[in-house]
Design a protein around this ligand. Structure first.
Ligand code: TRP
Length: 408
């Protein structure tokens, strides 16, 4: 055994061990475990840090704001160098936020709302610029059933969705890669000159036989905005842009891009981007999958009508018992109950949430009641969103998407 080469050992191990039950990459999120994604395992596997209570306390003390329910409830649960952002804020230094959206459906869904709402909250709390990348290129390269014009019209609709979340027009830039490549390209070039094809294969799991050139080229484009130099024509500031920090709130599956950004940062003489990572919003079908545009029955679009929302949540996976008598006796499982999961993400009132949680566990609240509360909560969120979206016109869109200078 000792004489075996590493590769032979690895092959033998792969034969003995069961196949991994959990896949989390930017392109696929899946688990065969009935308990859903093992998020602690991802922290170890990716090498991130859990968001501990003392970090949240420091955040609240410095910003004089209550932590968002996504932070209080561990929806955003791990990070890279978030202390560095708090240090910058404490010293009165400027930084910026970076997020993005891959246009893969005409309307964004509830799962997309989470990072957008959180990013808007951080913009308000820190009073900083936000850059929002629309990856029309990504979806063309990775979704073979979409063609160029599909992706463009989805991108334009998604831009309105993003604006409806309430970002500050003076401090927010929304850009489609297809239109802004001229601005991004110097940074993309610097990144691509350092990245090796074999890194793309090991980090992103690309298959050398089937991956396209577009797929290999794309990660550098998502990484570029994580370096402030990318916005040298946009950001106005009196310090060296390479010293400016970037904070990226994103779902944990996007970490591989920015792990590579962080590795490259010293070579680009830039700061390493800092990250706040979230868990996924589960699919309506169950906690083993994330809500995703590839399965329209298992998600709620922000364009859905109240009856559609009622119907979809009515059918979602329940952690309740089979009969009422059994449920009253044994109680339900809040971990796997999708309606409860939705409430834990979207119901603002902490006390009401624990009322539902405790009542479900002790059997006094039935699945139907849990679903009813989830339906009401989501219908309200979606209707408020639609009111904002209906107000958006071409002038509003231009404020966010045209070239402008932003004071850092
Ligand atoms: N790849 C992301 C998606 O599929 C879009 C994206 C681009 C992004 N840049 C980002 C997400 C930065 C988070 C942070 O939706």
């Amino acid at each position: 055994m000792i004489e075996e080469s590493d590769e032979q050992l690895l092959q033998m191990l792969q034969q003995i061990l069961p196949p991994p039950e959990q896949i989390v990459t930017p392109f696929e999120v899946k688990t065969s475990s009935p308990n859903g994604i093992d998020y602690d395992r991802l922290v170890k596997h990716f090498g991130t840090s859990l968001i501990e209570q003392n970090l949240l306390e420091r955040f609240e003390k410095l910003t004089k704001q209550k932590a968002h329910r996504y932070l209080r409830r561990g929806i955003y649960y791990c990070h890279r160098d978030f202390e560095k952002i708090l240090d910058s804020f404490e010293r009165g230094e400027k930084f910026y936020l970076y997020t993005g959206r891959g246009p893969s459906s005409k309307s964004i869904h509830l799962g997309h709302l989470v990072p957008l709402q959180f990013c808007k909250y951080l913009q308000d709390v820190f009073d900083v610029p936000v850059v929002i990348q629309i990856t029309d290129d990504e979806k063309l390269f990775f979704k073979p059933n979409l063609d160029y014009s599909d992706v463009q019209s989805m991108a334009n609709e998604n831009i309105k969705d993003i604006i409806a979340v309430g970002f500050n027009p003076e401090k927010t830039l929304i850009f489609k890669n297809g239109e802004w490549m001229g601005t991004l390209y110097p940074t993309v070039m610097k990144i691509q000159s350092k990245l090796q094809a074999k890194q793309m294969i090991s980090v992103f799991g690309f298959d050398i036989d089937t991956a396209t050139v577009g797929q290999f080229a794309f990660p550098a484009v998502q990484m570029a905005p994580s370096f402030a130099m990318c916005f040298e024509n946009v950001f106005e500031c009196d310090v060296d842009l390479n010293s400016v920090n970037c904070l990226i709130p994103c779902a944990i599956d996007q970490d591989p891009y920015f792990r590579v950004s962080r590795d490259l940062a010293p070579k680009l003489h830039s700061q390493k981007p800092c990250l706040l990572h979230s868990k996924f919003l589960p699919s309506l079908a169950g906690i083993g999958e994330k809500m995703s545009a590839s399965n329209s029955e298992s998600l709620i679009f922000l364009s859905d009508t109240p009856p559609q929302i009622k119907k979809k949540i009515g059918k979602c996976f329940s952690g309740g018992q089979v009969t009422v008598a059994e449920h009253r006796e044994k109680g339900g499982n809040i971990e796997t109950d999708v309606a409860y999961n939705l409430l834990s993400v979207f119901l603002e009132d902490d006390e009401l949430l624990s009322h539902y949680k405790n009542g479900y566990i002790d059997g006094s609240i039935l699945s139907g009641e849990m679903k009813q509360r989830a339906i009401q909560t989501i219908q309200n969120i979606v209707s408020d969103f639609q009111k904002e979206r209906n107000k958006i016109n071409d002038t509003t869109i231009a404020k966010f998407t045209r070239f402008k200078k932003i004071q850092l």
